[in-house]
Ligand binder design. Structure first.
Ligand code: PMP
Length: 425
């Protein structure tokens, strides 16, 4: 049970791995949008293992083919020819925006962002990078160095040549502007940074489409168009990190489609494997073709995870999960905004598709992480798993399996209403 696991964890796992709840349960089973703990208690999962299980837990349409593949040929490394990873790359070229075409497969989001940044350095012969404040891109040395989220940073001596631009967080604008009169000052700041702090032609700019860990920060309309125009003037490549926003999460196959911009390189992980470890970065052919020196990632795109990836793309298309996320997201945000009218603790509601946040605040507008923790613990006891993120962890995060139903959303909103009322929030 949980107590014994906690004791063993303390002894054998490094302490950086914090667990989510004060009183955590042990999960033993999952099916589509539901989870069960070791006491047989059922939960509605509204976080999908951090935006991973978009097609649902233990989905037979994905686990089935992947298990068959594991029984037949599990791994040889893609220095040898197998069919699935090449087929998956072909499918990714078809579903990603614009002329993105050639992929490199690895296993985690960190490797995908690290690899994308390396490719940009190779393609542009320049290792300077612009990243966003409060962004998150991984736990490797470079991934951590481009991560601007203070609570996450564990790089006492970060890699040099990295410059942080203000993040497009309209609710608490880092530049103190108002959205209707700002003229995208946060995007314009990228040009200022390039001119004042770099060689004048940094290799890459990297950003999440929606900053997940920073608290579901949705850039304003036009933000990425403006950034892309600026980057093109200086020969800087646009790397978009779709690790959380990819695979129908935001109501489109990839979040960046909301902005009508084609990145030069795009990173993906998490939901690509729906629980099987696979990640990739994909680039425009003229950029990809500069990456000629031999090298593979041993487990990258192995037959089992590539089979899972193909099954995920089939499932998303067959069940039109993007349209589903778009429509259910509207329902969810409308429900959260109704709660905001009667519960002053909710300061802001924002999101795209089924990537939505409710920011918890005190009466004076300051962040209220302790109130959110209390509510999340209570929701868990009532059978609802909801995430949290934000710079000080005061944003309630909904990123459920996209197979969740409208009825499920009504239940979680009703329950949340009860909890907020009982706690006089
Ligand atoms: N990029 C983003 C946007 C992420 O949210 C994460 C992890 N949460 C990563 C990269 C790193 O992915 P991984 O943990 O698979 O290495």
């Amino acid at each position: 049970g949980p107590a014994a696991i906690l004791e063993k964890k303390k002894k054998y796992i490094m302490p950086c791995l914090a667990h989510f709840y004060k009183d955590p349960q042990e999960f033993v089973k999952g099916s589509m949008q539901y989870l069960w703990d070791s006491n047989g208690k059922k939960y509605l999962d509204c976080y999908a293992g951090v935006s991973v299980m978009n097609c649902g837990h233990a989905n037979p349409d994905i686990v089935g083919p992947a298990t068959e593949q594991a029984k037949t040929l599990q791994h040889v490394c893609n220095i040898y020819l197998t069919e699935n990873f090449v087929n998956l790359a072909e499918r990714l070229a078809a579903v990603t925006p614009g002329t993105l075409q050639k992929s490199f497969f690895c296993s985690t989001g960190s490797e995908a962002t690290e690899g994308a940044l390396l490719l940009a350095e190779v393609a542009r012969s320049n290792s300077e990078i612009i990243a966003l404040r409060q962004g998150l891109h991984g736990r490797t040395k470079l991934g951590m160095s481009v991560t601007g989220l203070t609570m996450w940073r564990t790089a006492p001596t970060p890699v040099g040549g990295i410059h942080f631009a203000p993040n497009p967080y309209c609710y608490r604008c880092p530049l103190g502007k108002k959205p209707d009169t700002c003229d995208l000052a946060c995007a314009n700041a990228v040009e200022d940074l390039i001119k004042t702090a770099t060689s004048g032609h940094p290799g890459a700019y990297i950003a999440e489409t929606i900053q997940g860990n920073a608290g579901i920060v949705v850039p304003p309309k036009g933000y990425f168009q403006r950034v892309k125009e600026i980057l093109d003037q200086y020969g800087t490549l646009l790397i978009i990190d779709e690790v959380q926003t990819g695979f129908a999460r935001t109501g489109k196959m990839f979040g960046i489609e909301h902005y009508g911009v084609t990145p030069d390189i795009m990173c993906m992980a998490k939901a690509l494997g729906n629980g099987f470890p696979i990640s990739a970065f994909i680039a425009k052919p003229e950029i990809a073709d500069t990456y000629t020196r031999p090298g593979a990632s041993t487990l990258g795109g192995n037959p089992v995870s590539s089979t899972a990836g193909l099954a995920v793309l089939d499932y998303i298309e067959t069940h039109d999960l993007a349209a589903r996320a778009e429509s259910l997201g509207k329902t969810l945000r409308a429900g959260l905004r109704r709660l905001q009218e009667t519960h002053p603790v909710i300061g802001d509601v924002r999101g795209l598709g089924l990537m939505d946040g409710a920011e918890f605040i005190h009466a004076d507008g300051s962040p209220a992480p302790e109130l959110l923790d209390d509510v999340l613990e209570e929701m868990k006891d009532r059978g609802y798993i909801i995430g949290k993120n934000g710079v000080v962890r005061n944003v309630m995060a909904f990123q459920p399996p996209l197979v969740i139903t409208e009825e499920n959303l009504t239940q979680v909103l009703d329950e949340l209403d009860c909890v907020l009322t009982a706690k006089k929030l």
